[in-house]
Design a protein around this ligand. Structure first.
Ligand SMILES: [Zn+2]
Length: 136
């Protein structure tokens, strides 16, 4: 690899920025970046985004948010909670669903089942034949 084009450099821009690219790749990337304005711009954007992400901190919720929300919702809070967290169906119905008979086998499943049974019978016969051969 003598020189990188933009498409070849793109997947390595991040490791180049972190400084953990191999020496060969670093030289090739530096060579390309010296010649290519658009890749230098990409690298600058990547630097900016990386710095922004490193500086990001989760914002704490404003004090009183929980109580103010509960007060604003008032009597609707219970109904809203039931909509968001509906009750589970009672055990009787769930048990009935579990006891539903399995779906009938498709033609392919039936053929596969018979092939497995035939293979097991053949294997058993072959083993029995080998054992009988040793005894005689
Ligand atoms: Zn480029």
């Amino acid at each position: 690899m003598n020189r990188l084009d933009c498409r070849q450099l793109l997947p390595h821009l991040e490791s180049h920025l972190r400084g953990d690219a191999s020496e060969e790749l670093r030289l090739l990337a530096d060579d390309h970046l010296a010649r290519c304005t658009s890749c230098r711009r990409r690298l600058a954007h990547l630097k900016q985004v990386t710095a922004m992400l490193a500086a990001w901190r989760p914002m704490p919720a404003p004090p009183g948010l929980k109580t103010e929300t509960a007060a604003a919702l008032g009597p609707d809070l219970g109904r809203l909670a039931r909509e968001v967290f509906p009750r589970r169906p009672f055990l009787g119905r769930r048990r009935r669903e579990r006891l539903r008979p399995p779906a009938p086998m498709t033609g392919y499943q039936r053929v596969a089942t018979w092939l497995v049974i035939a293979a097991l019978l053949f294997l058993g016969a072959a083993i029995a034949y080998r054992i009988l051969q040793q005894w005689m």
